[in-house]
Design a protein around this ligand. Sequence first.
Ligand SMILES: Nc1ncnc2c1ncn2[C@@H]1O[C@H](COP(=O)(O)OP(=O)(O)O)[C@@H](O)[C@H]1O
Ligand SMILES: [Mg+2]
Length: 309
Amino acid sequence: MSGEALRAEGVRKVYDRRGAPTVVALDNVSLLARPGERVALLGRNGAGKTTFLKIASTLLKPSAGTIEVFGHDADADPSAVRPLIAVVPQEGKPFFHLTPREQIYTYLLARGFSRREAKERTGEALAQMALEEVADRLSITLSGGQRQRTMVATVIATEAPLLFLDEPTIGMDPFARRSVWDSLRRLTKKGSTILLTTHYLDEAEALSDRLYIVERGRVLVDGTAESLKREVGGSVRVSIAGGADLKAAFATFGDSFADGGGLHVITTPERIHEVLEVAVREHRTATIGPVTLEEAFLRVVGRSIDEES
Ligand SMILES: Nc1ncnc2c1ncn2[C@@H]1O[C@H](COP(=O)(O)OP(=O)(O)O)[C@@H](O)[C@H]1O
Ligand SMILES: [Mg+2]
């Protein structure tokens, strides 16, 4: 039995429905999540993230490769895996005829918790997701963000050893997103492992210990947010106002790109003053900021798209 929470080796998934064109959704994906880690899966729409989560959570069979959850093969032994996991599916919705409180409580009972334990955990999860005010209303009457919070609350209440969350914060306001982050951090502190997908790169940066970027069914890069930024040449962005025509003048400092008339130079903290000297010489104003994970993501995935075409 492996000591990893999740170990995927060479996972391939081909959707091959009669009459429909064949889609290779995953191609040789290997991925690891250690106990207590929060791992983010990033990638464009259609990259294969949901397919991976479905296979890892025993809802779909791989065409090739293996996924082990705490040493149990998800394909060969799904009944050993299911008690160890909980899933927030992409675009999942709460039962409209149940209230959030009823849904969470019932789900916990179905997973084998005692009534007392289920009741206690339900109360905690409702509080953590700030759902108390709407806890006793039918879910059909809830807003989109409140429904999504109900889905997340249902799953975090399980405190399952491995949680899969597919775009868990979609449609949530900034306060609700932060409640989710806090809850997930609390869970991993208690020992759970988390694999999530998100299109909010600030979320991935705030939340994940490590991340994988998936593009066209393959892992493009894996590492930390910091290592990804290093991959694009530095952690600092110097933006030169109206500098789009000055790319050549800044060529020696690292990667640069024009955006909205300005020029953004990606560089290291040590070289900021040199970049500023050139900006002054060219009579331009410059502002300094950190390279965001979103910028790094756009550069890394953009490079891959260019290479393919
Ligand atoms: N049931 C299915 N049948 C055929 N193709 C599918 C099916 N589900 C997903 N796909 C295709 O597989 C690819 C990966 O989809 P998905 O895993 O949902 O990506 P992501 O979650 O990263 O947006 C896409 O090209 C998608 O159209
Ligand atoms: Mg998806």
